[in-house]
Design a protein around this ligand. Structure first.
Ligand code: ADP
Ligand code: ZN
Length: 218
């Protein structure tokens, strides 16, 4: 089984949804920089206040800040047996920093799953996206409705729209993906552990492929 895993892809590709499925099935710690920043913003910590101005407008949080929180998180005990990185690395300097952290721990990234989805579909998904305010579970007003309107199936928390899920911020996020994050695909292709999957498939079909990859069956 692959245990040191990166999940990549543009905003709205379905990373978060796959991440939730992966951590349930394989019992890996979920390291989502987006979730970590949102938690810090909710609690108005110094990190949260710093990140907020970037995130709300769709910009990337500066590398030094992001690298710092990931390094701290990976050093914790629950990451000893592996981890799922979701939303990190997003820039070449972040990928280089991650390689250094891995080398220090005598470990290696096993698998990079890149979920690609056409831009029109990304825009449709993000504009209808809702998330649980309490547990972060993702929903969509048309395609992934909760059983009760506005209420999380999992924890009963209220559903809300993320502040950066609007057309302007999304344009900015897609631009950052294109220019800063896409170059990482070549970086990992060269390292030999990149697999690209079609995110327009629907979450269950996609998860079948994801499971095979993690189990090393393909
Ligand atoms: P999405 O994949 O839908 O854009 P995330 O929840 O992964 O959402 O990230 C939300 C925001 O948090 C990003 O738009 C960015 O501002 C910030 N962020 C998350 N991860 C990183 C990262 N690795 N580097 C810089 N900024 C990040
Ligand atoms: Zn919830």
């Amino acid at each position: 089984m692959k245990t040191n895993i990166i999940l990549m892809g543009p905003p709205g590709a379905g990373k978060g949804t796959q991440a939730k499925l992966i951590i349930q099935e394989f019992n890996l710690p979920h390291i989502s920089t987006g979730d970590m920043f949102r938690e810090a913003m909710k609690n108005a910590t110094p990190l949260g206040l710093k990140a907020k101005s970037y995130i709300d407008q769709g910009h990337l949080v500066p590398d030094d800040v992001t690298i710092g929180i990931v390094e701290e998180r990976l050093a914790q005990d629950d990451c000893k047996g592996g981890f799922l990185l979701d939303g990190f690395p997003r820039t070449i300097p972040q990928a280089e920093a991650l390689d250094k952290m891995m080398a220090k721990m005598h470990r290696k990234i096993d698998l990079v799953i890149d979920v690609e989805t056409p831009k029109e579909e990304l825009i449709r998904r993000i504009s209808g996206r809702r998330v649980c305010k309490s547990c972060g579970a993702p929903y969509h007003v048309d395609t992934m409705k909760p059983k009760v309107d506005g209420v999380c199936d999992i924890c009963g928390g209220p559903l809300m729209q993320r502040k950066d899920d609007n057309v302007e911020a999304l344009e900015v996020r897609l631009n950052h993906y294109e220019h800063e994050t896409k170059p990482l695909l070549d970086y990992y292709k060269e390292a030999g552990n990149l697999v690209t999957l079609d995110g327009s498939k629907g979450k269950d079909l996609l998860f079948v492929e994801v499971k095979e990859l993690i189990r090393g069956e393909r």
